[in-house]
Design a protein around this ligand. Structure first.
Ligand SMILES: Nc1ncnc2c1ncn2[C@@H]1O[C@H](COP(=O)(O)OP(=O)(O)OP(=O)(O)O)[C@@H](O)[C@H]1O
Length: 584
């Protein structure tokens, strides 16, 4: 994938890490050496938080759970069993990963604020649990006979080097996530989890992987923290301040980017620690106050974090560059004759309490057809799409695609079978390029990132958006965004696409451009089902109309004929249309 190499940022990171270590050699004071060790430790915790929450958008208030488990494993392992941290930290990493899976499994059932609050419960529970078990204070015994074996070098510079080595592992993991389908899939989840599922992304699997990786890295940070501080108490490792630290450092520096958590750690950790050391006896808890103020300042001045603010300042000029002229809309190739039914819907119903959103609807769509679905607001059109692509399960009835039932399949599974979908509201990832936005749709059909990028480029060419492939989605026009969303659905190589109001909010020229693209789809072997309110656009596009009213199938047939039927005029078009039609 272009610009997605990890070597340059990793090289820069190593250079900075060496510089950091060099400071450790210059500084003689033990306190400052400890600070130079703590920054990468907290930085690693923030990196781990960012891998999960920064990219997926699921806020975790509970990362102290992983950090504390790692710290206790290393401290107790050494105090009770003489376990060397060289083994203890890798074991802590495994424990953190396992805890990630155990916590993720039940908690992923919740969304948004509920998820964030549920995550808070785990460290709170662990504080009490470790207190009850009699681990109020676990001291790591000193081993003067084998200091190296127990990481007790008595030389702060070695501690700094180990902390940096651990941070390097975390940073590299974070880069690998960000620059691959892993990160793009998480960002798609952050944007809109349902749309991500519909684009073929197995959202549960990616969230779980992110949580396991994140838990593992947080536990490693906790493990080394125990080695450095030599004392572990429930509050110092499971406490709210630890979870807040993970979150605040990332948010301050910039969530959803590899550098953000590091910027946060470098600025805030020394600030908080110094103030605590200097003023802590007069103003206890000053660190928390400073963190709070820092967050408020960032919210006001750079809501996405320092990293994004600095980047925007640097790149302001190119971001404002004028868009190139779009190419002429693609000409429709010769349409192949209609084939056998590709989609067969039988007695499909969906009720929400007393509301019959879709009621006993049956129809079929032939391969190569363009079928238009119309009906008044609330007729059940979007619910029908949701039933077809598995976002909601039917109360009754069946959907067969290429002769096979789709019952019980999740949206990602249905997308994998070859049904693509766009949504009424375009949900682009504004900071990602148009190409990256489209690549997300290609993952389902392509094993390697390179193949997915090629498919994305082909889809962008299909919709006439190649000239904007590198532009950030945030700079695209409304028409370009609609085309980009269509390209995302096409990148998966679907045989059938469900387009939900793709013309909403477009002017007449833009509408024509989009319709011209949709018209080319059957010649590419793609069947189209489209919901749209714009009647002139639909009349020139579709082969057949399906009219829904109050969840029921009112009628279906050729466009001109359907629009003359009194029931359709009555239910949907209104008398004005009938008069205009008669006049015309
Ligand atoms: N999750 C839900 N819970 C309760 N009622 C719902 C739900 N989803 C849809 N409905 C109801 O089902 C009916 C059909 O809604 P739907 O969004 O499918 O209509 P629509 O034809 O797509 O409308 P529009 O053109 O305004 O988008 C409406 O009465 C709506 O309020």
């Amino acid at each position: 994938m272009p610009d997605r190499s990890i070597l340059r940022p990793l090289g820069l990171f190593l250079l900075l890490a060496l510089g950091w270590l060099a400071i450790g050699f210059v500084v003689q004071d033990a306190y400052w050496r400890l600070m130079l060790t703590l920054v990468p430790i907290w930085g690693l915790l923030a990196v781990s938080w960012n891998i999960f929450s920064g990219y997926s958008g699921l806020v975790s208030f509970g990362h102290a759970a992983f950090f504390g488990l790692g710290a206790y494993l290393v401290a107790l392992g050494q105090a009770r069993f003489g376990l060397t941290p060289w083994l203890g930290i890798p074991l802590a990493t495994v424990l953190g990963g396992a805890a990630g899976a155990a916590i993720g499994y039940p908690t992923f059932r919740l969304r948004g604020n509920y998820f964030a609050l549920a995550m808070l419960a785990y460290p709170l529970m662990l504080v009490s649990l470790f207190g009850w078990m009699g681990f109020q204070e676990v001291s790591v015994p000193l081993h003067r006979e084998a200091p190296g074996w127990y990481m007790q070098f008595g030389d702060g510079r070695i501690d700094i080097a180990i902390a940096l080595a651990l941070l390097t592992i975390g940073f590299a993991a974070s880069l690998l996530v960000e620059r691959s389908r892993f990160g793009l899939s998480l960002l798609a989840i952050k944007q809109n989890e349902l749309a991500a599922e519909a684009a073929g992304i197995d959202t549960r699997r990616w969230k779980m992987r992110a949580m396991v990786l994140s838990g593992a890295l947080a536990a490693a940070a906790g493990g080394f923290y125990a080695v450095v501080l030599l004392v572990v108490t429930p509050n110092s490792v499971f406490g709210l301040v630890v979870s807040a630290q993970a979150m605040i450092l990332s948010l301050f520096g910039g969530a959803g980017t590899v550098w953000g958590p590091l910027i946060g750690a470098v600025v805030l950790v020394p600030l908080g620690e110094t103030l605590q050391a200097e003023l802590g006896h007069i103003l206890p808890g000053i660190q928390g106050v400073i963190y709070g103020i820092a967050v408020i300042v960032v919210i006001l001045a750079a809501p996405e974090g320092l990293y994004w603010k600095l980047r925007d300042l640097r790149r302001r000029a190119p971001a404002m560059a004028a868009a190139e002229a779009p190419p002429a809309p693609p000409a429709a190739a010769l349409r192949p004759p209609l084939g056998a039914p590709i989609l067969e819907v039988e007695g499909l119903s969906k009720s929400y309490g007393g509301v019959h959103a879709v009621s006993d609807v049956s129809f079929s769509v032939r391969a190569g057809e363009i079928l238009g679905i119309i009906g008044p607001n609330g007729a059940g059109k979007t619910t029908l799409f949701n039933l077809l692509n598995g976002l909601v399960q039917p109360s009754q009835g069946s959907v067969r695609y290429e002769g096979q039932s789709l019952a019980g399949l999740r949206p990602s599974g249905i997308c994998r079978r070859g049904i693509g979908r766009t949504f009424q509201v375009v949900r682009a990832f504004p900071r990602m390029s148009a190409r990256e936005n489209v690549v997300v749709g290609a993952f389902v059909a392509h094993g390697t990132d390179d193949a997915a990028t090629r498919a994305a480029d082909a889809a962008l060419a299909q919709v006439g958006l190649s000239h904007r492939a590198g532009a950030a989605a945030g700079t695209l026009t409304n028409r370009e965004l609609r085309l980009m969303e269509l390209a995302r659905a096409l990148a998966a190589g679907p045989k059938l696409v469900l387009l939900d109001e793709p013309l909403a909010g477009l002017g007449s020229t833009d509408t024509e451009a989009l319709i011209a693209v949709v018209r080319t789809l059957p010649s590419l072997g793609i069947t189209v089902v489209i919901i749209e309110h714009s009647m002139p656009a639909m009349l020139g596009l579709v082969d057949r109309f399906l009219v829904l009213d109050n969840g029921r199938l009112l009628t279906e047939g050729p466009p001109q004929e359907v629009l003359r039927r009194p029931a359709v005029v009555e239910a949907y078009l209104g008398r004005k249309w009938a008069t205009a039609d008669a006049d015309g």
